[in-house]
Design a protein around this ligand. Structure first.
Ligand code: CO
Ligand code: CO
Ligand code: CO
Length: 346
């Protein structure tokens, strides 16, 4: 039997996230624990929480899980694991341990698919140097998979949403368009080469980009996932109390994703992301519609968005190229806080 996980879901990957607006409303009711050892909490909407153990060591904790983004169970496992671990990289941490979180419809899918998802996750975790030491399974439809991850970090070397400084350049390490390509695949509109490229990018660990960030002592970063480039940039601008100028023409795009927008292939998550963020964004009058929607495309296991100090940009870009991140681009810069948090232009 050929297993096709995509047939089971309407929204896969990070497109299945609850809307940022609803999330914000719910989080209002959740008290934040007070403890001086909590170095990063959800107040800055960071990628992970950070807890200080002693002067030399803090723990980075995060979890992500979602429904399938692709047909093949093994590849789904790889992508979900790469995405979960990414939040530790985005904080500058070294991922160490993880637990599997899996929802699996035992009556609807063969056990072989279950094993393949976990094997994909295990192999990706191993590539990242992460040991999976347990997990939990619920019988549920459609399937969902991800990891809860623990990483180590030095308490003085945490990279957060709050670290963007006026004058910094904004670097994005992966192309955008995974949400559009995956929606295009479901609708039979995306070509095989683009689907293959999107899957390759989603499986790619953000470790290489994170190693470069750490080498140059970068202070501000996040990874671009379900809220899209503009949504995650907005969280960074808010936390850092700065404005970000992003030139969408400079952003790398996957294959024909730009053309797919012309053909109406815009996932619902893009509109939810736009609705949440638009009041804080200035859109240039001549901003290309497709590039605007690209800024809100929900990425699954997207790239790192980080702030490079001006005197280090050239070296950082050279290192990213050497590390194989050929589509890494300088896409904008940080300014003092202005009227809007984000300025999107062509
Ligand atoms: Co994240
Ligand atoms: Co996350
Ligand atoms: Co971060």
């Amino acid at each position: 039997m050929k297993i096709d996980l995509l047939q089971m879901v309407e929204y896969g990957g990070c497109s299945a996230k609850i809307s940022p607006k609803q999330l914000e409303e719910i989080l209002k009711y959740l008290p934040l624990p007070a403890d001086p050892n909590i170095l990063v909490d959800i107040d800055t909407h960071d990628d992970a929480g950070v807890y200080r153990v002693n002067d030399e060591l803090a723990l980075v904790l995060t979890t992500d899980f979602f429904p399938p983004v692709c047909s093949d169970p093994y590849e789904f496992g790889q992508i979900a694991a790469a995405n979960s671990i990414s939040d530790v990289y985005a904080m500058g941490g070294d991922p160490v341990l993880a637990l599997n979180i899996i929802m699996f419809p035992a009556a609807k899918l063969p056990m072989e698919a279950y094993a393949e998802i976990l094997k994909g996750g295990f192999d990706k975790a191993t590539e990242a140097g992460v040991r999976i030491i347990g997990g939990h399974t619920i019988d549920d439809f459609p399937p969902k998979y991800g990891l809860a991850v623990v990483g180590y970090i030095h308490p003085q070397k945490i990279i957060t949403n709050a670290g963007a400084k006026p004058g910094d350049s904004l670097i994005l390490t992966k192309p955008l368009g995974t949400g559009i390509i995956m929606a295009g695949q479901r609708l039979g509109m995306a070509i095989d080469a683009d689907i293959a490229e999107a899957k390759k990018l989603m499986k790619l660990l953000n470790k290489t980009g994170a190693d470069v960030m750490k080498k140059y002592n970068v202070k501000g970063a996040t990874d671009v996932t379900g809220f899209g480039l503009a949504g995650h940039a907005l969280k960074m601008a808010k936390a850092s109390k700065v404005s970000l100028r992003i030139n969408m023409k400079k952003v790398s795009l996957i294959g024909n994703s730009y053309i797919l927008i012309d053909e109406g292939c815009i996932p619902g998550a893009s509109f939810r992301n736009l609705e949440f963020a638009e009041k804080d964004i200035y859109f240039a009058a001549d901003l290309d519609y497709n590039l605007k929607m690209m800024a809100f495309d929900a990425q699954t296991s997207g790239g790192l968005l980080f702030c490079a100090p001006p005197d280090k940009v050239d070296k950082i870009m050279a290192d990213l190229q050497d590390a194989g991140l050929l589509n890494a681009k300088v896409i904008g810069y940080v300014t003092e806080y202005e009227e809007k948090l984000i300025y999107l232009s062509n």
